[in-house]
Design a protein around this ligand. Structure first.
Ligand code: ATP
Length: 587
């Protein structure tokens, strides 16, 4: 397909206001891309796709597959310079910038120049070199792709000059309309109204395959180009044969903010995990990798390789895993006691390209995995979360899946399934106490949906507000905790009185309970059974999910899921929050 045809079609799509028409036109474009398998430089090269693949990417402003983190690495200035050079000797990149400031969009600016005056220099593209604007243009979609691939591959000293040369060569062969879309493509600003959903629907329409199957194929392959080609050449059967590939990252499943109350209302039970405060990683391990040293690959949430930056993760994988696997997790910075350090610490390691060994001396990281997408040749995306977690446990425990108990398997995020809000609160308190961010709530039956920020994963809403409450009562614990006070009654000020708003329950670690007992015991005013009254003396800072009106407490309000955040030793009961504030927060 000629690039001029692509540009015309892109212009037509851009001019179309209706979504359905956009899909229809995109679908026609894909159908017309033509089968050029013969033309391909080498049949099995991943970077040598057919035109339909290139078009399926170009149309959404991508040059490479979504899983491929190759970047053109062209800044706006480089692009302006290439445009200026192709536009003629009397045009400088400042002219491009001035026009851009006026019209506000690089495509429009590029389309405003006449290219093709620089005879002979078009040879940089490997093409004919006759001026596009002057007619006789033979620039093809494939040539644009190949030149951009060469440009992306340029490295080392002089690479910026080479990039400008290559890009200049392309512009030099462009008509105005071609230049419009080339400039936008190069700067990732295609913006013709074609999103991922459009291409999915267009593939389905063009090659007569169901949208859901295209969607599945996209999720596992993470490449619109490949899916378009397979849909065209191999139909539904081909699409269904596409699977995850170890070594090729897929998009991470994401979470929405949500509350325990909602989660338990929607699902019968919730799977609860700690929310680790680190950076997302996707580990790909293939002991049979063709190239030595590439058995383990680690990708960031944006699917960039962070393998070299995180040798601990590579070492962990190589010491622990035996079969091919794709695991989803978090890399966390830890201190010398293995306790988690704040997120900022992991950032010192995460994308580091140089001096990794030195950085490793300063900050240690370790991986924690919470999901298993693929194990030993089997894709698990369609399996329920609990099944995937069992597989994860087995993978990390070296094939032996021990009974679920308090055991700790290295690298495994523990998962609890429960319908009991108090148990969830206890897990949350434990997570916070252990220095983590809080908890994640997941639908135990949910499948893994790459790239989705759906309702099946919820991160507990951060506490928007906290309350400073006076502790006015408590209960002695039971069994092992008989010597500790727990279940603390919380009150707020109402004039000279204190009115109760809730109880913050146990679930705080024994160590913390011991500390709190020492702090509160001297203030015990009366005891009856396990319950004690406590003189107002100590102020707790508590977070909560929401405030409800409730007859249970004397204030008429109740905190839902209160959680202990700390003792406000700097505050006296007179400084605690008031009922008025509670009313205001509830309103
Ligand atoms: P945040 O800044 O809160 O991490 P985010 O936008 O980066 O938000 P979200 O999808 O909103 O990502 O929250 C989920 C993130 O929490 C994941 O991307 C992952 O990095 C992290 N995380 C930590 N522990 C878990 C866990 N047990 N399960 C899933 N994600 C977890």
């Amino acid at each position: 397909m000629e690039f001029a045809t692509f540009a015309d079609r892109a212009a037509a799509i851009e001019a179309e206001p209706a979504d359905l028409e956009i899909v229809a036109r995109t679908s026609e474009l894909l159908a017309d891309a033509g089968d050029d398998s013969e033309e391909r430089r080498s049949a099995d090269s991943a970077v040598d796709p057919q035109t339909v693949e290139i078009v399926a990417r170009f149309v959404q402003g991508r040059v490479f597959p979504a899983w491929d983190s190759t970047k053109l690495d062209i800044g706006p200035t480089t692009c302006y310079e290439a445009i200026a050079r192709a536009a003629g000797t009397n045009v400088g990149s400042d002219d491009v910038e001035e026009r851009l400031a006026e019209v506000g969009e690089i495509g429009e600016v590029a389309a405003g120049y006449e290219f093709g005056g620089q005879q002979g220099l078009g040879a940089f593209t490997g093409g004919g070199g006759n001026g596009g604007g002057a007619g006789g243009n033979d620039l093809t979609v494939r040539e644009v792709y190949e030149t951009l691939a060469d440009l992306a591959a340029a490295e080392g000293s002089g690479s910026q000059d080479r990039k400008i040369d290559l890009l200049f060569g392309l512009f030099n062969r462009c008509s105005s309309e071609e230049a419009r879309y080339l400039a936008r493509l190069v700067l990732s600003e295609m913006r013709i109204g074609v999103g991922e959903g459009t291409v999915r629907d267009a593939i389905a329409e063009a090659f007569d395959v169901p949208e859901e199957r295209v969607e599945r194929a996209l999720q596992v392959s993470n490449d619109y180009g490949e899916v378009a080609r397979v849909a065209r050449d191999e139909g539904l059967e081909g699409l269904d044969r596409l699977d995850l590939e170890v070594g090729r990252p897929v998009q991470a499943m994401l979470a929405q903010a949500g509350t325990v109350t909602d989660a338990l209302e929607e699902w019968d039970e919730a799977a609860v995990e700690w929310k680790y405060d680190g950076a997302r990683i996707q580990l790909h391990y293939d002991p049979e990798a063709a190239e030595a040293g590439t058995e383990t690959r680690v990708f960031s949430r944006n699917m960039e390789s962070v393998t070299d930056a995180l040798p601990e993760v590579v070492e962990f994988a190589e010491a622990t895993l035996e079969e091919p696997a794709i695991l989803d997790g978090e890399v966390v910075a830890i201190d010398e006691n293995d306790d988690p350090l704040p997120f900022q610490e992991v950032l010192k390691r995460f994308r580091r390209k140089h001096d990794v060994a030195k950085a490793r001396e300063d900050v240690t990281v370790r991986p924690v995995f919470f999901d298993c997408l693929h194990a030993d040749g089997e894709d698990l995306l369609e399996e329920p979360l609990t099944t995937r977690h069992e597989r994860l446990r087995a993978v990390l425990a070296d094939g032996e899946a021990p009974e679920r108990d308090e055991d700790e398997i290295e690298g495994l995020s523990l998962l609890w399934t429960t319908d009991d809000p108090d148990a969830i609160e206890a897990i949350d308190a434990e997570a916070l106490e252990a220095g983590h961010e809080g908890i994640m709530l997941k639908d135990p039956d949910s499948t893994y949906s790459p790239g989705r920020r759906g309702k099946h994963w919820r991160k507990r809403k951060p506490d928007v507000e906290t309350l400073d409450c006076v502790v006015t009562g408590a209960e002695w614990g039971e069994g092992r905790r008989a010597t500790f006070l727990g279940t603390f009654e919380l009150s707020v000020r109402a004039g000279d009185d204190l009115e109760t708003v809730g109880k913050v329950a146990t679930g705080i670690t024994d160590e913390k309970l011991e500390e709190l007992t020492e702090l509160l015991e001297p203030h015990v005013a009366a005891e009856e059974g396990q319950a004690v009254d406590i003189e107002p003396a100590v102020v707790f800072e508590v977070g909560y999910e929401e405030i409800q009106t409730s007859p249970t407490y004397s204030s008429g309000y109740a905190l839902r899921f209160p959680r202990f955040l700390g003792v406000r030793s700097d505050k006296d009961p007179e400084d605690a929050d008031t009922l008025e504030r509670v009313e205001r927060l509830q309103a």
